[in-house]
Design a protein around this ligand. Structure first.
Ligand code: ATP
Ligand code: TYD
Length: 238
């Protein structure tokens, strides 16, 4: 697929147009950012590891009946995806309390959340992705009520697929963020599922194996992403 003009350069990925207006090339860069882009670093292999990781998870979700934007891997750092009309909200599911939830509500870090929590955040870096609810989405027309219901249902369905997948590989899927978009009148899962947008702990030691290693300067960031990938059976070139 011939890559055309740059459509959008985000903090971690660059999106390119192609000769087909319905598909885009997504280039996973080595850039890593946290705290709304305040902390930024290039980490070797990161683009490739996340690209392969995302392809594996998107294929697992597709096999389980979730419609996603993912088409195929194009190269080490590029994938082909359907072009979505992105809904500007982030859907967060939490199985274990940590991060902003603990800061916001003073609940104990590591607390098992039953039933599982769901939160919406507005995708807006300048406003630091504030938490919103269904009423904000309705009033400001970021999505319809039916789309909100579908995003919730799909986000929970992803949990029922991925939680056991990670557990069987010795890891806890603590929390994660999903983004959705519109395509031919349907809601598809977009963006990515990688250790950049979720938290993964070792089931025994509770060691952090995700982007918290970068946020908290714990070291071995990509080494940990590769451990997760290896445990899940994802093959990444040397
Ligand atoms: P954040 O890190 O908060 O997600 P960002 O914009 O910096 O924001 P990147 O991952 O670097 O994130 O950029 C990817 C961009 O492409 C995001 O804005 C995302 O919403 C958008 N996007 C993801 N999938 C699609 C798609 N299928 N069609 C169109 N845009 C997409
Ligand atoms: P959260 O605890 O709200 O964020 P933090 O503690 O980093 O401020 O995040 C919950 C999960 O969702 C976590 O795995 C990171 C992911 N997430 C993103 O990747 N991007 C986002 O914009 C948001 C709101 C969450």
């Amino acid at each position: 697929m011939k890559t055309g003009a740059e459509l959008y350069r985000g903090k971690a990925k660059t999106v390119y147009l192609t000769e087909d207006p319905k598909v885009l090339v997504m280039h996973y860069r080595d850039d890593t950012s946290a705290f709304d882009g305040v902390k930024v670093e290039k980490l070797a292999r990161k683009g490739m590891v996340n690209n392969y990781f995302n392809a594996f998870i998107m294929n697992k979700l597709k096999e389980a009946g979730i419609a996603t934007h993912f088409e195929k891997l194009l190269s080490a750092q590029e994938s082909l995806v359907k072009r979505l009309d992105m809904i500007p909200v982030e859907c967060v599911v939490r199985n274990i309390a940590t991060g902003s939830l603990c800061r916001r509500l003073g609940v104990q870090d590591g607390l098992e959340l039953k039933p599982t929590l769901f939160e919406f955040f507005l995708k807006n870096d300048e406003l630091h992705d504030p938490m919103i609810n269904d009423y904000h989405i309705r009033t400001f027309k970021w999505a319809t009520d039916d789309e909100v219901a579908q995003m919730k249902e799909l986000t929970f369905k992803v949990n029922t697929i991925l939680q056991p997948l990670f557990l069987a590989a010795g890891m806890i899927l603590v929390d994660y963020k999903l983004e959705f978009g519109r395509y031919d009148g349907k809601i598809l899962l977009g963006d990515e599922f990688t250790p950049d947008g979720c938290r993964i702990w070792d089931v025994e030691t509770k060691e952090k194996l995700d982007k918290d290693r970068f946020r908290k300067d714990l070291g071995n960031v990509i080494e940990s992403y590769e451990i997760v990938a290896h445990r899940l059976g994802i093959e990444i070139p040397a």
